[in-house]
Write a protein that binds this ligand. Sequence first.
Ligand SMILES: [Fe+2]
Length: 340
Amino acid sequence: MHSMAKTASSSAVVVEVSGRRRGQRILLVDDNPNNILLTRELLSSRGYEVASVDSAEAAQQAIQKQPPDLILLDVVLPGKSGYELCRELKEDPFTRLIPVVMITGLTDRGDRIRGIEAGADDFLSKPIFPEELFARVHSLLKLKEFTDELESVEVVLFTLALGVEARDPYTEGHCNRLSVYASSLGRHLQLDEESITALKRGGVLHDLGKISIPDEILKKGADLTPAEWGIMKQHPIIGENICKPLKSLRRVLPIIRSHHEHWNGSGYPDGLRGHDIPLLARILQVVDVYDALRTTRPYKPALGHEKSRQTMEAEANMGLWDRELVQEFFTMLDQQQRAA
Ligand SMILES: [Fe+2]
């Protein structure tokens, strides 16, 4: 009994200390000064850094200036409502991972349903009980810490991928261009948002596995010996293995693994054919080929747009690429050119 009480009190200390040490910041959005005063007092007593604003518009400015680790948001505000603000925050990739706790009336179930629809992470009812407030804030901040860590792992992988690109001076800017082309083609094909995000990431990460390919092979260009080819052909599998542990990249894995497959089954690493090659990998492949044709490489000069089109159509007819996708890609580029 005694030891349990001791454990409980020491964990409370951990919460307090970790709140202080990490300087976790909470933004209160409420137009009632008494509520703000009380909540601020409670949270400050636990070591959290607290800022407050009295409208959704002021909240947006504050968040832009310095994104908080958590937002406590009253649903009833002058001007833009808490629901609207929550929805906007959850739609914006830069703020969607900040947990939002909505503060609603005690009895109104409708409030909660609207809050869930707006993407709120949790709810508190008025009047706010301190223990409930601490529990909610603590658990959401723990989750936020975890997503922050995941985000930084992703950032490391992206940085490594750009480092791989930098080893080859001929491919400068290639990854970023692929991200843009591939996600545009995904939009043109009306794919869902998750696929488009995967294409953006795939543009940067698809050749990450080249990190294990020695410079002398990577920089040699086209004249590789069979043994060197064997090593080069490993890069899709190595890249997939590096990214595999990250759940957030699961939609990118098929792009990494299958971006060197050919429509007729002559590609690597699995010799997949036709529609067995994942669609997102086929999309990345089409834009990858186009960008490679349009830029100078050690073994060839850059081709113009029309010449690249003819080359890709001929290669698609030979069985290398998905003919339909090649057509769609050039239709999209034509449309973009007309719109410009
Ligand atoms: Fe590759």
